[in-house]
Ligand binder design. Structure first.
Ligand code: HEM
Length: 267
């Protein structure tokens, strides 16, 4: 028996994945066409597809945490981190483009910029780094603003994690209490097993996004030096300030306070 899809023809790989539609989505702007513009478009579109999958897993994960399903939540986090490991290294593909290859078509991009990647901002907001100024910068883009506002108002991964700890009687709502509860988990990994694994996966998610930022900055400097960005920022100078962003500052700070006495404590 054959399966049909969008008509009478049997389902095929190309039909199911909409390959003809997909390969028509890379439309260059340079004339005559600049050789490297296709790579530039494909790498960005690939990032956007992976961002979509990450958001899908983050949404599921926030739901699992809310239901107290730690094993399932950790499974989604592992998937997020696997994708992010690819995203961190994928940026290097762009370094095969010569600076002059990029200059050939760069002016055509003005004033578009990665700064306006709606899904990257969704990833930041849903992980825990919400920023009202960034949200407002999307005002003119009705679709993006709607998606981002919904994420701005909804509980983030960080919210879901800390309320999970509160429900388990491990933490209060303050920053200090969160740091202290993390110290306890770090001191006794086997006792807190799934929660310990969860904080480990969360700090890894944070670390991988920072690693992506770092590799992106290095690539940008290699391509542009200290030129201004097409989005209007001062480029590398601005990007370097974003390295400070953390979704789970409490998890990082707890490492500073952890001592052998916590490991030996008998509570
Ligand atoms: C030749 C390649 C690239 C160059 C020269 C470049 C340059 C820049 C610059 C200068 C900025 C700062 C904002 C501005 O003024 O425009 C920026 C931001 C950004 N870019 Fe890229 N970029 C490149 C490729 C990519 C790729 C492949 C991605 C993948 C999604 C990406 C994602 C972003 C994001 C998300 C931001 C905002 C970062 C933040 O504000 O935290 N960029 N980029």
């Amino acid at each position: 028996m054959s399966t049909s899809y969008g008509g009478d023809a049997p389902l095929s790989y190309n039909k199911y994945l909409k390959v003809p539609e997909l390969i028509r989505l890379q439309q260059t702007l340079s004339e005559p066409e600049s050789h490297d513009e296709l790579l530039f478009i494909i790498i960005h579109q690939t990032y956007e597809l992976w961002f979509k999958q990450i958001l899908h897993e983050l949404d599921a994960c926030i739901g699992w945490m809310g239901e107290g399903r730690l094993f399932r939540a950790n499974h989604s986090l592992r998937s997020v981190n696997s994708i992010e490991r690819i995203l961190v290294t994928q940026i290097h593909i762009l370094e095969s483009m010569a600076p002059i290859g990029f200059l050939e078509f760069r002016d055509k991009l003005n004033p578009a910029s990665g700064f306006q990647s709606m899904q990257f901002r969704e990833l930041e907001f849903s992980s825990g780094a919400k920023d009202e100024k960034i949200l407002e910068s999307f005002r003119e883009d009705e679709f993006a603003y709607g998606c981002l506002k919904a994420r701005f108002d909804a509980p983030s991964l960080a919210d879901a994690f800390w309320s999970l700890l509160e429900r388990n009687g491990l933490s209060g709502a303050s920053y200090e209490e969160r740091v202290n509860s993390t110290v306890k988990m770090l001191a006794k990994p086997e006792r807190y097993a799934e929660l310990y694994n969860m904080q480990d996966l969360l700090i890894e998610h944070d670390e991988l996004v920072i690693a992506w930022r770092y590799n992106h900055i290095q690539m940008v400097e290699r391509m542009l030096g200290m030129k201004r960005g097409t989005g209007g920022s001062d480029g590398v100078g601005y990007l370097t300030t974003t390295l400070k962003k953390k979704f789970f500052p409490e998890l990082w700070e707890a490492r500073t306070h952890l001592k052998m006495e916590d490991v030996l404590a008998s509570d």
